[in-house]
Design a protein around this ligand. Sequence first.
Ligand code: RIB
Ligand code: CA
Length: 312
Amino acid sequence: MNRIPVVIDVDTGTDDAICMTAAILNQDKLDIKAFTAVCGNVSVEKTSQNTLDIVDYLGTSYPVAAGASKPLVQNITFAISHGSTGLGDVQLPTSSRDFLPDPACEVIYRCAKEENGNLEVLATGPLTNVALAIRNHPDICSLIRRITIMGGSLIGGNMTPVSEFNIYNDPEAAKIVFESGIELVMVGLDVTLKPCLPTEVVEEMNKISSPHADLVRRIFSFMQRRSAEFGGDAPNLHDVIALASIVAPKLFTMKDYYTTIELNGALTRGMTVADFRNVSEKAPNVHAAVDIDIDGFWKWFIAVMRSSDTEK
Ligand code: RIB
Ligand code: CA
């Protein structure tokens, strides 16, 4: 099977870090061209450094580009649930490498040109970098094969009753991406809230010897303590579920809807508005994830992490 050339745009973040780890362990399926960082969970200075540190900690040297420091229009709303650094209390050695000299949006465009229309983008943060790439280089729309987004939801938000964090933080960017004509997969809260981290998966990480399992183990520990502190349920991993939709699509049920972004509603700004009954008579522009095989997802995740075991 040909490997998928992909740029992974992140706002690293604890769950972004788990997504990055699983992506790096899927090198048989993914040809990662670059990681690009955007402001979101924390500032872009922190999301980009977290991303670079993780790439190095996992023994790889993928290029990393820093991107947008603020959304297109509004100010950023950081997520308190990832801690002040974005990686909870997980401390990693600081990379000695530099970021790519070009900003994230230019790196996305360069990779799109180099891959002649086969490039995919996995976006797990606000869509500011992707939107800037589209706005600055409209020809990119025929050069990106598919964008998979962790973001939005068909029903219900986590920042407002109707808006999910990544879309909430840059609705103008999301509208540019959703109306770009590029094939879109939306992996929203409808499915990312279903797999809640089971204790046996946490325990499984203890049986694996690798920097990958070490990092995930430490992040899981922070997530569990944070959930207990906030009185929530078991943690949700959000971003790695979007990755799974690329490399393990059979785990998902998808439905196609015309979907756009509300910008002006006093109560609904940042809502991903899906036309379930096609009353707009507009062609669907989004493959929306509507269900997930939860047990199958955890089996997939454990198998991915076990592949890193240096003692197997
Ligand atoms: O709503 C969940 C999303 O917001 C995840 O990508 C998480 O990392 C935060 O960015
Ligand atoms: Ca994220």
